[in-house]
Design a protein around this ligand. Structure first.
Ligand code: NDP
Ligand code: 2IT
Length: 448
């Protein structure tokens, strides 16, 4: 529990106001715990009640999304957008379409996004949105109908200088295209109101690859700085097989590592000679199929039912890239016992609080999500920049900037962690470094 009285009161208030929102409370608890020392050293934080202000979203909207399915039936889902904090720039953050989406999930993601966006160094505030709509098994026409209905409400809350959504779980290039088309139809404006757009209508080169590539640039810098090591000849396991997982795998190979296992929500594949990522791309990106189909292409590979078991595969580096709380304390112990030296989070909050604490106290190199996966939103920021200029940069130009941003994030959070007494506690380093810029911006802008 908290040692600082003010921090404790703020947290109790959050619990009282957001009952049963376990993911949101988990994310808030972690940040507040990290900030205790900062609060004790800067009396302005309590005087201006900054903590109560950062845990309360500036705006939270929930709305009905009605659409017609292929059988002519009217379906209803719930849509959300949280505009969490605009102190350092327009709200920015993805949209998630998944049946598990609820207010708690959207608020935890929006809260995390504030600190992540701050760490990128770009002027972006934090937001997030989505729906409990399940894209699995839906036809293209149903996806389009849903996206159009979703945007018919969302458009009034967003704008290129107000709030700029992007993708997340269940929202990729196809969905962004339908959403953008509908925004344009309503507003008659071709502007950078969404990121992750297709290359033919204002998207940025390297945005598709950015989160996975960025995760590996971050991990590489961490290995080099803290252990004088690299991806060379390392065995890597990556959970998930979506956008983040696939491009993390591509970069692992480029950097000399080998990916032994990948998963989806049903199970995982293990290929001891190294997963052929082009096959995974074919299954997931082209056919929108299931990861178990991999064994049809590579009969020597193994499919294991149940995605949680992936952490039992022996590895040097683990990159959880599926979803929140997918890696618990038992998984953490298994990984450490099997000799894993580094864990970097591609997904948002994939490690439970106990798992993360176990990594830190056992001196495993642990890259927390809000730093390690910031490459996606950073490149979204670069897409906004290119849209404003009505110009574009080459793949190499964007990728070079992404790499520089990820290395700077590592340097920043590592030096902050050291300053606060534990170089292995990059969780604390990331939370404090992300918070400081927001704090300065809020203090400068008066009470709002
Ligand atoms: P995708 O929809 O492309 O892929 C999601 C992957 O995770 C799929 O393999 C999916 O399996 C699996 N998954 C989703 N939910 C669950 C679950 N409840 N249990 C087990 N597996 C699950 O999403 P992304 O790759 O874009 O996102 C993955 C993670 O990365 C998320 O946490 C997201 O918030 C985070 N992230 C994404 C960024 C981006 O730019 N896209 C940026 C930063 C973070 P299945 O197909 O079976 O559902
Ligand atoms: O969690 C995330 O950072 C994202 N899903 C990407 C957000 C963005 O605006 O690119």
């Amino acid at each position: 529990m908290f040692k600082n009285e003010y921090v404790r009161k703020v947290y109790e208030d959050v619990v009282r106001k957001n009952p049963n929102e376990k993911e949101f409370l988990q994310a808030v608890y972690e940040v507040l715990e990290s900030l205790e020392d900062v609060v004790e050293n800067n009396s302005e934080i309590e005087k201006q009640n900054i903590l109560s202000r950062i845990v309360e979203p500036e705006r939270f909207v929930s709305f009905r999304v009605a659409w017609v399915d292929d059988e002519g039936k009217v379906q209803v889902n719930r849509g959300y957008r949280v505009q969490f904090n605009s102190a350092i720039g327009p709200y920015k953050g993805g949209l998630r379409f998944h049946p598990s989406v609820n207010a708690s999930i959207i608020k935890f993601l929006g809260f995390e996004q504030c600190f992540k966006n701050s760490l990128t160094g770009l002027p972006m505030g934090g937001g997030k949105g989505g729906s409990d709509f399940d894209p699995k098994g839906k036809s293209n026409r149903e996806i389009m109908a849903f996206c159009q209905s979703f945007m018919s409400e969302l458009y009034r809350h967003i704008g290129e200088n107000t709030d700029v959504p992007a993708g997340d779980i269940g929202v990729g290039a196809r969905e962004i295209g339908y959403l953008y088309g509908q925004y344009k139809r309503i507003k008659n404006e071709s502007v950078g109101v969404l990121t992750g757009k297709g290359l033919s209508y204002g998207g940025s080169l390297a945005r598709t690859e950015a989160t996975g590539f960025g995760l590996c640039y971050f991990t590489q810098k961490m290995l080099q700085t803290m252990k004088n090591d690299s991806f060379e000849n390392k065995n890597v396991i990556i959970s998930g097989s979506g956008n983040v997982a696939i491009y993390a795998a591509v970069k692992v190979y480029e950097l000399g590592g080998k990916v032994l296992a990948m998963s989806d929500s049903n199970g995982y594949i293990y290929d001891k000679s190294g997963i052929d990522i082009n096959i995974v791309k074919e299954i997931k990106e082209v056919k929108r199929g299931r990861i178990k189909e991999y064994v049809n292409y590579v009969p020597s590979a193994k499919y294991v039912e149940g995605c949680k078991n992936i952490w039992q595969v022996k590895c040097d580096i683990a990159l959880p890239c599926a979803t929140q709380n997918e890696l618990d304390e038992d998984d953490a112990k298994t990984l450490v016992k099997n000799g894993c030296i580094a864990v970097c989070e591609g997904a948002n909050m994939p490690s439970t609080a106990k798992a993360a604490a176990y990594f830190v106290s056992n001196h495993i190199l642990f890259g927390p999500a809000k730093a390690a996966n910031a490459g996606g939103v950073a490149t979204s920021g670069l897409e906004m920049c290119q849209n404003s200029m009505r110009y574009y940069w080459s793949f190499k130009e964007v990728d070079d900037k992404l790499k520089e941003i990820m290395e700077n994030i590592f340097i920043n959070i590592y030096s902050t962690a050291k300053k606060y007494g534990d170089e292995y506690n990059l969780i604390k380093g990331a939370n404090i470094a992300g918070f400081e810029k927001i704090l300065n911006a809020m203090l400068a802008q008066g009470v709002y």
